[in-house]
Design a protein around this ligand. Structure first.
Ligand code: URA
Ligand code: SF4
Length: 180
């Protein structure tokens, strides 16, 4: 896809472009009805070029499989395509630079539902907010349905019995039902 090639050639963020190994465009199997949106690539994603392949990704894979929709039928994208050094949160400037890429990807994919992982991805759609205020409910944004939930990294931090894990599992199961 020419959009992918354009994204891979992007150097709008001079710092991120200088430090990256790869541009993590995202994965989108044909016919995917669900799009999951994370924040930005981490170290392993930057190395491999694929989104959510580290510890967070393994948890995402497991919870999607549990919910009955394997990861290979889900599109996985990020708000920012290049790894911020040290995995810091992307700056407002970086997020704004990268915004047109995700917008164009969503226009092409036209998914039934978008699940956002963590606050950055929720705020990409909903503006300045808190996860508490928006998670677990479907919001309509510019004609798209958006279901915010916790980031898998938060679920890992909270532990297997923690509330973020429970709610992430619940919200992903809801998402899978909504696109069935
Ligand atoms: N965390 C994210 O938000 N995105 C990735 O691709 C990997 C980890
Ligand atoms: Fe371009 Fe996005 Fe990478 Fe910035 S993060 S250089 S906007 S692809």
């Amino acid at each position: 896809m020419t959009l992918d090639a354009d994204i891979r050639a992007c150097t709008a963020c001079a710092l991120l472009a200088a430090f990256r190994t790869t541009v993590v465009v995202g994965t989108a199997p044909p016919g995917a009805r669900l799009v999951v949106v994370g924040e930005a690539p981490g170290a392993l994603e930057d190395e491999t070029g694929f989104p959510f392949v580290g510890r967070s990704g393994q948890l995402l894979d497991r919870l999607l499989a549990e919910a009955g929709l394997p990861r290979d039928r889900v599109a996985v994208l990020n708000t920012v395509k290049c790894r911020p050094p040290g995995n810091r949160v992307p700056t407002a400037h970086e997020t704004a630079n990268c915004r047109p890429w995700l917008s164009q990807q969503l226009a092409v994919l036209d998914p039934h539902l978008i699940v956002t992982l963590g606050l950055s991805a929720a705020a990409w759609f909903l503006g300045r907010t808190t996860l508490h205020a928006v998670r677990g409910r479907v919001h309509e944004v510019d004609g798209r349905r958006v279901l915010p939930t916790f980031h898998p990294a938060a679920a890992l931090r909270g532990g297997p019995e923690g509330e973020p894990m429970r709610l992430l599992r619940e919200d992903l199961a809801t998402a899978v039902r909504l696109v069935a």
